[in-house]
Design a protein around this ligand. Structure first.
Ligand SMILES: C[S@@+](CC[C@H](N)C(=O)[O-])C[C@H]1O[C@@H](n2cnc3c(N)ncnc32)[C@H](O)[C@@H]1O
Length: 352
């Protein structure tokens, strides 16, 4: 953890400043171990170079007894380092498509002049690492899970980048700390997506922006199947859920490889099935049962996308109207909106 991070951090409960206890250990100017102390004496550990701004996984204070932390921690531990590079290419392209950037160059000029950036729910830390590489502002990648330990190890050489363990619903920052807050594919995994958006919006300084993506409500059969399958999977072990994800990936892959198409004159619009030509795998996927397959991502990452859907504890789905309402309730003006079958991406700004 770089010493400048202390000025950005605050006690997640009181939002008051923190100080570093004197016996902290440092290596090459980085704080590797020690404690941060709040004004009321609460201590937050720095372990393996990462500030831990959340209660213990086993503590009853966590919203779901640590299930989200464990579920995502286990998921990210499945990735080999080389796979993360492949995932990064894919994620960066998809990020740009959804949030309205033409690529590295345009995103870099968007980052220019920003003073502090937060990537909330950073997972393996990819977006935070990209922001730090393309810009000069201090960047913080935050996640509830242990994924930040590996992210820190992987990207620790970037001087303007830090990872912390923190909770979006109890963020360890004062309001208005950041002029860019990214919350990509994460708010819907909290028990209170509306509250999570509001917490993140509060952190946006005047002139700053939030970029968030949340799952979109699906057609009715898919919603009903999701609710029932997710009810089942919430009672499965990690291994059992991974196995189910593999089975669904095989189904998606084999349907996709048939390259079968159907043309429907009428469709079933009430159930979200539009008239016209459909790829059969996409039709099943979007309107009936999530069975993700992407040839470019390959087997392992496709399995983890399915796991992502069926395993984590919370996964709310939302409408465009809801998202626009959250922005307006937070006093933010929408700069860019992208709505696709899977989700809604919004970039919104706070007036200067
Ligand atoms: C689907 S992943 C998205 C990762 C990354 N943002 C991306 O776009 O690839 C969701 C991440 O959100 C994290 N998460 C879930 N609830 C959280 C919370 N309350 N606070 C912080 N992170 C949370 C999970 O641990 C997980 O790493």
């Amino acid at each position: 953890m770089h010493p400048h991070l202390i000025d950005l951090l605050a006690d997640p409960r009181s939002r008051s400043p923190l100080t570093l206890e004197p016996d902290a250990a440092s290596v090459d100017g980085e704080i590797t171990a020690g404690f941060l102390r709040s004004q009321d004496g609460t201590r937050y550990e720095i372990r393996e170079g990462v500030a831990r701004m959340v209660p213990d996984v086993d503590s009853s204070v966590t919203v779901d007894e640590g299930a989200t932390q464990r579920s995502f921690g286990a998921k990210w531990a499945q990735y080999e380092e080389a796979e993360k590079d492949h995932l990064a290419d894919f994620q960066y392209r998809w990020f740009d498509e959804r949030f309205g950037f033409a690529g590295d160059e345009e995103f870099a000029s968007f980052l220019e002049g920003r003073r502090a950036i937060l990537d909330a729910g950073t997972g393996p830390g990819l977006c935070a690492a990209r922001c730090a590489r393309l810009g000069s502002a201090p960047v913080v990648g935050m996640d509830l899970s242990e994924s930040v330990t590996a992210a820190h190890r992987r990207y620790a050489d970037q001087a303007n980048l830090d990872y912390i363990q923190g909770d979006i619903l109890n963020p360890p920052f004062a309001p208005g700390t950041f002029d860019l807050v990214v919350a990509d594919q994460v708010l819907h995994h909290t028990p209170d997506c509306v509250g999570a958006f509001a917490r993140m919006a509060e952190l946006v300084a005047p002139g700053g922006q939030i970029a968030a993506y949340v799952y979109r409500k699906k057609p009715i059969i898919r919603e009903l199947v999701d609710d029932h399958v997710i009810d089942l999977t919430s009672r499965l072990s990690f291994e059992q859920c991974l196995e189910l994800s593999e089975q669904l990936t095989e189904l998606g892959r084999e349907l996709s490889r048939t390259e079968a198409r159907v043309t429907l004159e009428r469709g079933v619009p009430l159930l979200g099935i539009e008239p016209g030509e459909h790829d059969v795998q996409r039709l099943v996927y979007w309107t009936m049962l999530k069975c993700f397959w992407n040839e470019e991502l390959g087997w392992h990452q496709s399995v983890l996308v399915n796991y992502d859907w069926y395993s984590p504890v919370f996964r709310s789905r939302h409408t465009e109207e809801e998202v626009l309402g959250w922005c307006s309730d937070a006093g933010l003006e929408v700069e860019h909106l992208n709505v696709i079958e899977s989700g809604i991406s919004v970039r919104a700004s706070r007036a200067r």
